[in-house]
Design a protein around this ligand. Structure first.
Ligand code: 13P
Length: 331
């Protein structure tokens, strides 16, 4: 387990964060098509290769999460498998191992993440092909009578089953219970729901003997719903986010890497920056594991055929979030 602890520390080491480039093919296709890009395997490979070929990305990015398709591809135009290329650049390779969030039976609008069947065998294969860590995302929806106890419990249990299997097979699990921003709920409701989700997750992780020193937590920030009329400033978001973590995340956890979850790219960086600026004395490192907040501008450039723009946009967001992870963005 010593190696896994070191990898978890490396993933969230000061001044670095994680690039989430693991959109499933349907999600990636939706984002491509919204910008008029045809979503072929070759186009996805070209886009993701371009991201990874960005010069000096390794100074800001500790690890990249890949979708299975990308994990087995080579950098476009070469025979260099992507996990091998990342290793050459001293970047850790992660892989999304869940099979997506599906309808939770008898709970119509709620989701349960699937993918535990044969997971042990799949993890062994990913490990032998160069994976250092894995990711599993649980989705918690806020709404009328939601989340149910059933949704919180079932998702926390699945996350813990996944995390224990990862550690058994030499991979660091990213544990991602995402409370969605969708809805008109208040920030207080998001706080309470995030608290319940974290409590359920750590209860199950402990029950399944998961070593908390060898995981990375990937939570949402505490935010009002995207349809709420509440006007909340970034200080309050940072404060409520810190409080929910302080109350519910054991100090043993080495690092917390936030998802961006639909926040715009500037907001996601500013809020991470405030968290690190205001709360210097904290037990875990706080950094980013952003998908959209790192890639949005880059994908736009890709849609225009501007390959240099893709790299410039990515490195600029990566640098900004690197500063945010140190609390060093000056407004
Ligand atoms: P976003 O930052 O776009 O929310 O993506 C992070 C992620 O990995 C979701 O699972």
């Amino acid at each position: 387990m010593k190696d896994l602890k070191l990898i978890a520390q490396q993933m969230t080491s000061k001044g670095k964060g994680i690039l989430a480039a693991d959109e499933s093919t349907p999600t990636c296709s939706k984002r491509f098509e919204a910008l008029g890009i045809k979503s072929t395997e070759s186009a996805r490979n070209e886009y993701r290769s371009t991201l990874l070929l960005t010069e000096e990305i390794e100074h800001y990015i500790s690890g990249v999460i890949l979708f299975e398709e990308t994990f087995y591809q080579s950098i476009k135009g070469t025979n260099n498998p992507i996990p091998k290329y990342l290793k050459q650049k001293n970047i850790l390779t992660g892989i999304k191992v869940d099979k997506g969030a599906k309808i939770l039976a008898n709970h119509n609008s709620e989701k349960i993440t699937e993918g535990l069947d044969n997971l042990r065998d799949r993890l062994k294969i990913y490990k032998s092909n160069g994976a250092d860590f894995a990711k599993w995302r649980a989705v918690i929806t806020i709404g009328q009578d939601m989340p149910s106890e059933a949704c919180l419990h079932a998702n926390a249990h699945a996350l813990a089953r996944y995390a224990s299997l990862c550690q058994e097979n030499g991979l660091v699990p990213i544990v991602e219970p995402e409370v969605l921003m969708d809805g008109n709920h208040s920030i207080e409701t998001c706080f309470q729901t995030t608290e319940k989700a974290l409590q359920a997750v750590f209860y199950e992780l402990n029950l399944l003997n998961v070593d908390l020193e060898a995981i990375v937590l990937k939570p949402n920030m505490v935010l009002p719903g995207n349809l709420s009329n509440e006007s909340i400033d970034n200080h309050q978001i940072a404060e409520m986010t810190f409080q929910v973590l302080k109350k519910n995340v054991p100090e043993k956890v080495p690092g917390i890497a936030f998802l961006s979850g639909g926040q715009n790219s500037d907001e996601a960086a500013e809020r991470l920056n405030l968290l690190n600026k205001l709360y210097i004395d904290k037990p875990w490192n706080l950094t980013f594991s952003y998908g959209r907040a790192l890639q949005q501008d880059a994908l736009f450039c890709f849609s225009k055929g501007d390959i240099l723009g893709v790299k410039t946009a990515l490195i600029s967001r990566a640098k900004m979030n690197c500063l945010a992870s140190l609390g060093q963005i000056i407004n």
